[in-house]
Design a protein around this ligand. Structure first.
Ligand code: ADP
Length: 166
């Protein structure tokens, strides 16, 4: 069985991420969408909330599993017997960082490949930070995130008192 891991923060999951997951699920037998517990990043959503949102939007993909992990992505890939780490590429500026990470991961585990999928043009501008900023100004998120994520974002912004006047 060929397993791939899609690691990330997914704070929160967007249509850009979902497009990549859908395509990866056709290339591999089993896909693990793995939410990183990266203590350096300061996420808006808790790990449990991010996992829950991912599970809800990926419920119709029988070969996709959602999980979370601590520590290095390569170690988690080895532990889960994944043969590939899949990352999405949006813009040229993603490339440098992704290239460095892929080379580092190759050094740490030479049998785990990094696979890059190019974003679809219509999703190339979407990222989680922009989505959070739009939500904080009460803007429309209709074509950026699934309805369940939009609802959670609005709720979170309201609870944290983060909704600003647009
Ligand atoms: P990280 O903190 O690891 O970059 P993200 O949640 O921002 O986590 O992204 C996870 C993965 O999804 C990365 O490979 C990123 O390049 C990819 N990604 C994010 N947004 C998009 C998008 N709009 N189109 C394609 N890939 C994307």
């Amino acid at each position: 069985m060929r397993t791939a891991i899609c690691p990330g923060s997914f704070d929160p999951v967007t249509y850009g991420h979902l497009d990549i997951f859908g395509r990866v699920s056709q290339l591999f037998d089993h896909v693990i969408v793995a939410v990183s517990r990266n203590p350096i990043k300061n996420p808006l959503f808790t790990i449990e909330e991010r996992v829950e949102m991912l599970k809800s939007v990926l419920a119709n993909y029988p070969n996709i599993e959602v999980s979370s992990f601590d520590g290095l992505t390569v170690n988690y890939a080895i532990e889960r017997k994944a043969i590939a780490i899949v990352r999405g590429l949006r813009v040229i500026s993603d490339f440098e960082n992704e290239f460095r990470m892929a080379l580092t991961n190759k050094k740490l585990a030479c049998h785990v490949e990094t696979v890059f999928l190019m974003t679809k043009a219509e999703y190339s501008f979407i990222n989680s930070s922009t989505v959070k900023e739009i939500a904080s100004f009460g803007g429309s998120l209709r074509n950026l995130v699934p309805p369940v994520v939009e609802e959670k974002l609005r709720e979170k912004m309201k609870n944290l008192g983060l909704v600003k006047e647009g």
